[in-house]
Design a protein around this ligand. Structure first.
Ligand code: MF3
Ligand code: CO
Length: 252
């Protein structure tokens, strides 16, 4: 399918969706405590999203059973909230959330440390976030999609980290997943030319060890094959004439 260019009206709705999602992440991130279950995190997140009059994008998406993907330590993405999974001091917890506002989606992820975490874990979280920023330096008209992908990969690999290959970012709009795919690694061919009005979910998933991942038997949860920690950082961005606008920008 062709990559859609959003109209000014669609962009306004996506800005609003992004703002609400950013507030959701800010509020939810502040509530994380050792001893909570991943189920409680999902429940709180869903309540926050609904308090803004939005719907969670992920609930029942292809059968996904929750609103927030909660992925702990070696879980890369799509962790399933569980009443028996307690988070503890030293864990790293990736929260991936999506909201639908008046028919338009926004999608963003953050990785949080619980209490005091190792220096290695702190660096992984920081580098994953920065790899997103290195990538979107290239998110402007005239550049190609692969410029973003290559920058993310170069930055993360310069720390010896593994860049997940089996999952990618995506276009976003009236559907959660639209064309194009947005890899976090170079596919060598240039990919599409970026144009104002394109909206993309750019989402590096970075492993402290090797890049390979495996799926758990629940058919959702992706974990690192070598058991190393993994972090995730994602925002919904808009390509403008002046460069990227981060629609899901958080401040807390
Ligand atoms: N950010 C993830 C993605 O783009 C979230 C999807 S989780 C799902 O794939 F449950 F909705 F599938
Ligand atoms: Co996404």
């Amino acid at each position: 399918m062709a990559v859609s260019i959003k109209s000014p009206r669609e962009i306004e709705l996506m800005r609003e969706a992004g703002k609400i999602l950013a507030k959701t992440h800010e509020e939810l991130g502040k509530q994380l405590r050792p001893g909570m279950t991943t189920w409680e995190i999902d429940h709180l997140g869903e309540e926050i999203i609904r308090s803004y009059g939005c719907k969670p994008s992920f609930k029942n998406y292809n059968g996904y059973p929750a609103s927030i993907c909660v992925s702990v330590n070696d879980e890369v993405v799509h962790g399933i909230p569980d009443k028996k999974h307690y988070i503890k001091e030293g864990d790293i917890v990736s929260l991936d959330a999506g909201v639908i506002y008046k028919g338009y989606h926004s999608d963003a992820a953050r990785t949080h440390g619980i209490g005091e975490i190792s220096k290695a874990a702190e660096q992984l979280i920081e580098v994953t976030k920065q790899s997103f920023y290195e990538g979107i330096k290239f998110a402007k008209p005239g550049n190609h999609l692969n410029d973003i992908s290559t920058a993310i990969q170069k930055y993360a690999e310069s720390f010896g980290y593994g860049v997940v290959r089996d999952l990618v970012g995506h276009g976003i709009g009236s559907h959660l997943h639209e064309d194009p795919e947005v890899p976090n690694f170079s596919r060598r061919r240039k990919g599409i030319r970026l144009q104002p009005g394109m909206t993309l979910a750019v989402e590096p998933m970075i492993n402290a060890g090797r890049y390979e991942v495996v799926w758990l038997d629940n058919e959702w949860t992706v974990v690192t094959r070598d058991g190393s920690l993994s972090a995730h950082y994602e925002n919904t961005i808009l390509i403008t004439g002046d460069g990227p606008e981060i629609l899901s920008l958080t401040h807390a």
